[in-house]
Ligand binder design. Structure first.
Ligand code: P6P
Length: 315
């Protein structure tokens, strides 16, 4: 069973890029230890502060951000950190060739109820600046803190899965993830139905109609409320994740953030043969306007994403 460091040697000759992934993996391993014992340490509560998104920060949001910051500060290859938890981008080392964008603890509202949360990251070349299309990513990944602690990472080839062992080593447990082309499982927050556009409403209605409806097959629904958990399920067994633009999120551009949620997840899903869209365009083709930009996110099994795209095309 190969480990992360050996796999990286086969994926890239760029030592800086490999070191950036190893730094995020080390931050994830440190955070996994903290999360496992957080209820005992009384760390699952609120921090008493809000982030730039206006969301109440959990104590562990702040702790996670600090852990990522500490690991990246020690890596001279990283020039800038963009974080969901920080209003502005942070300069780390002026000569570093790489930028890291991260959601240090995505889904943290699930911590109180012991549901899988994650650290999402995206790596870009410093020379391209902060606002680059997702297609420019040099690497992306996430750590899923679940029953097992998984690291999913892609440089430019396959999307690969590693599992943290008891000695702190990341062992490869799936060399090449493959998102099944077809699927009978959709993930959406159906409590938002009254805000949906016609394309989303039509897709969900058709899916719920099951075997006797136009889709001609039975669907199941899952919605964890933790993007890393939902995306990991889709990566491993297929499905479609939808957080579309709706009448309530329209003013903000969407719910999920482009640089450190949508882009890295689209990079990983497309690396595994899946597909991603906002409904209007491919997520990886969006020209970012600011570091905390929000966008609609629809991604997963290619056949299902295409069904949604066809509906938007008819609108
Ligand atoms: P809702 C978590 O807050 C998050 O950013 C994602 O991890 C998750 O997919 C989404 O929001 C859940 O949103 O509206 O269902 O609470």
């Amino acid at each position: 069973m190969t480990d992360l460091a050996h796999w990286l040697k086969g994926q890239t000759a760029d030592h800086s890029l490999a070191s950036a992934v190893l730094s995020m993996a080390a931050a994830g391993a440190e955070l996994a230890d903290i999360l496992r014992l957080a209820p005992i340490a009384g760390q699952t509560g609120l921090a008493g502060s809000d982030n730039v998104q206006g969301e109440a920060q959990k104590a562990l949001d702040v702790i996670s951000n600090d852990i990522v910051l500490n690991h990246l500060r020690q890596n001279p290859a990283i020039s800038i950190l963009i974080s969901e938890e920080l209003d502005e981008a942070v300069d780390l080392s002026s000569q570093g060739p790489l930028i890291v964008a991260t959601d240090p603890l995505d889904g943290s509202s699930n911590l109180d109820v012991n549901v899988t949360v994650g650290t999402i990251f995206s790596v870009l070349a410093s020379e391209g600046g902060l606002l680059q299309k997702g297609r420019n990513q040099l690497a992306a990944g996430y750590v899923a803190y679940g029953p097992a602690t998984s690291l999913v990472v892609r440089i430019s080839g396959a999307t690969s899965v590693f599992t943290l062992d008891r000695n702190g080593a990341w062992l490869q447990t799936l060399a090449e993830a493959k998102v099944p082309q077809a699927s009978g499982e959709f993930a959406i927050n159906t409590a938002r139905e009254r805000f949906w556009d016609a394309a989303t409403t039509g897709y969900v209605k058709e899916s719920v109609a099951g075997e006797t409806g136009p889709a001609g097959k039975r669907y199941n629904m899952r919605w964890v409320g933790s993007m890393v958990a939902d995306i990991h399920r889709i990566l491993m067994r297929g499905g479609i994740f939808l957080y579309p633009l709706d009448s309530e999120t329209k003013a903000k551009g969407g719910r999920l953030r482009l640089l450190y949620e949508a882009n890295p997840m689209a990079w990983l899903i497309e690396g595994a043969g899946g597909r991603s869209t906002t409904g209007a365009q491919g997520i990886l083709d969006i020209e970012p306007e600011h570091i905390h930009q929000r966008v609609p996110v629809i991604l997963g099994s290619a056949d299902e994403v295409r069904r949604v795209e066809e509906r938007y095309a008819r609108e």
